[in-house]
Design a protein around this ligand. Structure first.
Ligand code: NDP
Length: 281
């Protein structure tokens, strides 16, 4: 049976450490602020935003959620981002994705000043990650690495396979694994013979968005399997990995819920605190 990469337990431990950093800043007279912009009424986004608010509250970070109506224009959204960029009390700005279809996501994200881009989606932060410079790393990929390291999963020289090539998960996690000296393969919907790749993986990251997509026959015995997926099936949240079958083959496995999702929020909090610490120094 695989060892569980328990994101819930790890994130609770890390949150306690983050609380100390918030308290240390407060002792210097610095309060921390995160502004989250939510456009429209996407139910999943509402849950994510609520969870981010709760995490802020637990740490003593001021979390402002700015709710904008579905029909918000690009100009209105951009004016708000510019205002928050200029607001000294705001250390981090997050635009909850996806935005309604009529809005230009890329343009909006580019407008956030890179120092306040706590999601790590700004082209400058993405570029820094790809060129090995210090910047803000995207929260989910950063959380995945933190989890693998916490359980001492060997990375250097190992075969890592990432299923998914999105800008927010697949590509940045591949880059972080490459920076750890893994030999990385990125797979996607046009990959021929996906299982031939996944069966070679010592570390397998599934970021597909398809319920229970990765099955035991696709996994190398002893591999570390990280499940990023959040899929709703019959009112239940399930991952991209068929947990029941894969846990019998894998060496490590992250559950859904209680895995990567918890780590993502924790890393967001870390990025906000780091942004505030940089301002104080
Ligand atoms: P995207 O939809 O942007 O990307 C999915 C990727 O999977 C694409 O690259 C796509 O390939 C690939 N893919 C789709 N079908 C197949 C297939 N049959 N074989 C191989 N590859 C395939 O999703 P995201 O990266 O944004 O998210 C992935 C999952 O992770 C979702 O379930 C999402 O909800 C979840 N998520 C969870 C987070 C967390 O905190 N736990 C944070 C962010 C996302 P192609 O590019 O060719 O289309």
């Amino acid at each position: 049976m695989a060892i569980i990469l328990d994101g819930k337990a790890l994130s609770e431990k890390m949150m306690a450490e983050l609380k100390n950093r918030v308290d240390a800043l407060r002792a210097k007279g610095k309060t921390i602020g995160l502004s989250v912009i939510l456009v429209g009424e996407n139910p999943a986004s509402q849950v994510y935003v609520r969870n981010k608010g709760k995490a802020c509250e637990a740490l003593g970070i001021r979390g402002d959620t700015i709710l904008l109506p579905e029909q918000t224009t690009q100009e209105e959204l951009e004016a708000l981002i510019i205002k928050l960029n200029r607001d000294d009390g705001v250390d981090g700005i997050l635009v909850q994705l996806p935005l309604p279809k009529h809005l230009d996501e890329t343009k909006a994200l580019r407008l956030i000043v890179p120092e306040k881009d706590v999601d790590g989606f700004h082209i400058e932060n993405a570029g820094k990650l790809f060129t090995g410079q210090e910047g803000v790393a995207a929260c989910t990929p950063k959380g995945i690495l933190a989890m693998l390291k916490a359980w001492n999963v060997p990375l250097s020289g190992k075969e890592a396979v990432v299923i998914g090539r999105s800008n927010i998960v697949g590509k940045p996690v591949a880059m972080l694994l490459l920076n750890e000296n893994c030999t990385v393969t990125i797979c996607h919907s046009r990959t021929a013979d996906l299982a031939a790749h996944t069966r070679r993986a010592d570390i397998l990251v599934a970021a597909v968005g398809k319920p229970r997509f990765v099955t035991a026959d696709m996994v190398k015995p002893g591999a570390a399997v990280v499940d990023v997926g959040i899929n709703r099936v019959d009112g239940k949240v399930v991952g991209d990995v068929d947990f029941e079958s894969v846990e019998k083959v894998a060496g490590y496995i992250s559950p859904v819920p209680g895995g990567v999702g918890k780590m993502t929020i924790c890393m967001l909090m870390e990025n906000v605190i780091e942004a505030a610490e940089k301002k104080v120094c």
